[in-house]
Design a protein around this ligand. Structure first.
Ligand SMILES: [Zn+2]
Length: 259
């Protein structure tokens, strides 16, 4: 994402609030909060990313996000491609796969090595003969709602780690709601920047995923970079998506999600 008019989000010290005084920002209940999880899921290269702050998300909400939101989001584009090329299995140890023009491509568990299940004998013969040197994957966000909700959860946890009072404040209430319990008809959006060549480059260079909160024209955004894909999502409802002339396709896309 462009950085010219962005600034890293910072705020005057709001004073430390102890874990005992915290309630879960998503359900606003004071439930047990013992889950220690990386803010960026491990399967998105977040193994070395910071872990969430205890007390920000309760165990019940963490479980809910894992089962209902993240599993769906991580099994779809753009994140599935990251997992296939990096060879990252699911939590249940199955290898991720996705459809491509030549058939089904599957992770092998080895970085940068994939397995191809050709869709026909003809394609199989071409692959065997070495006549297929490239393939295309369907780069469509098929689960915009799940992806959007996961991105909000990641952003809010990052915000909550450093500025709990802001993450719990009315300013980002709509984002918390959309993430945990979207209302029918409620909509959100994010910007996706994809570069297929970047996948290979990032993997080769072992680029680590990153997450940061920025303030742009007075609005908080969460910016996440994983290999080959960057996302930028507003944490405030008032933000309007940029026009497509500002961020031209196909490099940038504005993805809308409606509940
Ligand atoms: Zn909760």
């Amino acid at each position: 994402m462009g950085r010219d008019s962005e600034s890293s989000f910072s705020t005057a010290s709001l004073g430390e609030i102890g874990t005992s005084a915290m309630i879960c920002i998503f359900c606003e209940q004071k439930g047990p909060s013992n889950t220690v999880a990386h803010i960026i899921p491990e399967s998105l290269g977040g193994k070395n990313s910071p872990v969430g702050r205890p007390g920000v998300t309760c165990d019940a909400c963490n479980l809910y996000f894992g089962q209902k939101v993240e599993s769906k989001a991580l099994a779809s584009f753009p994140f599935i491609a990251h997992r296939i090329f990096s060879g990252i299995p699911s939590k249940k140890n199955s290898m991720p796969s996705m459809k491509a023009t030549i058939g089904e491509i599957r992770a092998t568990g080895m970085l940068g090595t994939i397995e191809v299940e050709p869709r026909s004998e003809y394609v199989d013969a071409l692959v065997e003969a070495g006549d297929v040197t490239q393939f295309r994957i369907l780069a469509e966000v098929t689960e915009p709602l799940a992806v959007c909700r996961m991105l909000l959860k990641i952003g809010l946890e990052k915000l909550g780690k450093h500025f709990y009072e802001v993450a719990a404040a009315p300013r980002v209430k709509a984002a918390r709601e959309f993430s945990r319990r979207p209302r029918r008809g409620q909509a959100w959006w994010f910007i996706l920047r994809c570069d297929p060549h970047q996948y290979v480059k990032d993997l080769r260079e072992n680029t680590e995923s990153s997450i940061e909160i920025v303030e742009r024209a007075g609005v908080l955004f969460s910016v996440m970079n994983t290999s080959g894909a960057s996302t930028m999502i507003p944490l405030e409802e008032s933000a309007q998506p940029p026009s497509s002339s500002e961020l031209p396709e196909p490099e940038f896309r504005i993805i809308h999600a409606v509940c």
